[in-house]
Design a binder for this molecule. Structure first.
Ligand code: FAD
Ligand code: UDP
Length: 387
């Protein structure tokens, strides 16, 4: 007998399954339409080189949430990797996110923090103190027009294929701007990569006698015994697929961005000397190049070969993997309608990036899943025995 069906084996689904199986002794069936577990965090070793490749784009773990940090450490140890990114603009390489090094290199200056702050303040003055209402205004407000146009505007246009004036300011609020030479990409207390890879971590989360995983199973495929029509109303369901797909796009499609990845094995020991190089110029079609060996300098990888991956961004069609919610005003309105519909689904819980149409990092997905267990699922199963 199954107590809960989880649709999607990403971090959200796995966290809920693991908690209910371990803490409450419930029997959980996880289905996934892909042929592997782990959702977008899945990684595999490239066969020719043995280099771990994050199949759906580079995944960097970072969190300041102590509860999440304690939880994830039950399944994996983390390396001391600290993420740093560089960006190649008009034939010159600069550190990202924008910091005192970027500012001084760009303006051929030697400003200290106060002088740099004054310079940027002057350049950002064109907004006249108005609260930024979209990404374009937020960019100018944060770093002034010259830096915005060099490093953000075209990159964002390539990545989102949407006029930055129609994108929410919040997309680049994620990017810190620093008036020091600190070029760490993330500000979080904890950061690192799983010592023996993402897949080993994900598999340990699913490794419980009460958890069954069924791959290659689409929740909407009625030829499979476990599908929406057969299950909803019969057994509680946690759904972490796309919310608009669940309702067969009845209220229209939410817009998503997908990515195309071009992977190549090169016969050189080191291609770019760093894990991620961004390309913010409009004449280069990809947004960035990942070189996976640099995520694990502690590993013994071959010294004469390397794996790189170019990342291209475009709007998702229905048949594509939806990666990033575009989140225009029209999307937000449509989302509210879908949220209303979710209320009417008996014992179906919607979670994760796709199920809530939210840009969630791994630690956020895990944190939200722990809260769902606390606030909704534990009370639902309160008759069952704690183990
Ligand atoms: P997902 O991992 O997307 O899992 C959802 C699962 O549901 C998938 O396996 C899918 O196959 C399955 N599914 C969907 N529909 C169906 C269906 N109809 N039937 C059956 N199964 C279905 N986070 C970070 O913290 N750091 C990073 O550096 C980072 N980089 C990222 C880069 C990219 C390109 C992307 C896309 C995401 C990145 N993330 C990063 C976010 C991270 O991937 C997510 O936070 C995490 O995967 C969330 O997990 P989830 O379970 O919500 O969703
Ligand atoms: N961004 C940019 N230039 C860069 C890096 C990021 O303009 O060199 C902007 C862009 O709009 C992007 C956002 O900042 O969508 C967030 O970038 P981040 O690298 O955090 O996002 P990711 O795509 O890795 O999730």
């Amino acid at each position: 007998m199954t107590d809960l069906v989880v649709v999607g084996s990403g971090f959200y689904g796995l966290t809920v399954a693991e908690r209910l199986a371990t803490e409450r002794g419930l029997k959980v069936l996880i289905i996934d339409r892909r042929s592997h577990i782990g959702g977008n965090a899945y990684s595999a070793n490239e066969p020719e080189t043995g280099i771990e490749v994050h199949q759906y784009g580079a995944h960097l773990f970072h969190t300041s949430n102590e509860r999440v940090w304690e939880y994830v450490n039950r399944f994996t140890a983390f390396t001391s990797y600290v993420h740093r990114v560089y960006t190649s603009h008009k034939g010159e390489v600069y550190p990202m996110p924008i910091n005192l090094g970027t500012i001084n290199q760009f303006f051929r200056s030697a400003h200290g923090p106060d002088a740099a702050r004054a310079l940027i303040k002057e350049q950002a003055a064109e907004l006249g103190g108005k609260t930024p209402e979209n990404l374009d205004e937020q960019g100018v407000n944060l770093i002034g027009r010259p830096l915005y146009e060099a490093f953000i505007r075209e990159y964002t246009a390539k990545q989102w294929q949407t006029d930055p004036r129609e994108l929410p300011a919040s997309i680049i609020s994620r990017l810190p701007v620093r008036y020091t030479y600190d070029n760490r990409y993330f500000n979080d207390t904890h950061e690192g990569l799983p010592v023996d890879g993402y897949t080993a971590w994900l598999e340990r989360m699913a490794d419980h006698p009460n958890i069954t995983v069924q791959l290659d199973t689409d929740f909407f495929d009625t030829s499979q015994p476990i599908n929406k029509a057969a299950v909803v109303g019969q057994v509680p369901v946690l759904y972490t697929g796309a919310v608009d797909r669940y309702f067969d796009y009845a209220e229209g499609e939410l817009s998503w961005r997908t990515l195309d990845f071009e992977q190549e094995v090169l016969q050189v020991g080191d291609f770019q000397g760093t894990p991620v190089m961004n390309y913010p110029d409009a004449d280069i079609p990809y947004t960035r190049i990942h070189e996976f060996r640099h995520f694990h300098p502690e590993r013994e990888y071959p010294t004469d070969k390397t794996v790189i991956m170019r990342e291209f961004s475009r709007f998702a069609e229905r048949s594509d993997e939806p990666y990033y919610p575009v989140n225009t005003a029209a999307d937000r309105e449509r989302l509210l309608t879908y949220r209303g519909l979710t209320e009417g689904e008996p014992n179906v819980f919607f979670g994760g990036r796709l199920g809530t149409y939210q840009y969630l990092d791994m630690h956020m997905a895990i944190g939200a899943a722990l809260s769902l267990v606390d606030n909704k699922l534990s009370p639902l199963f309160s008759g069952t025995k704690d183990v």
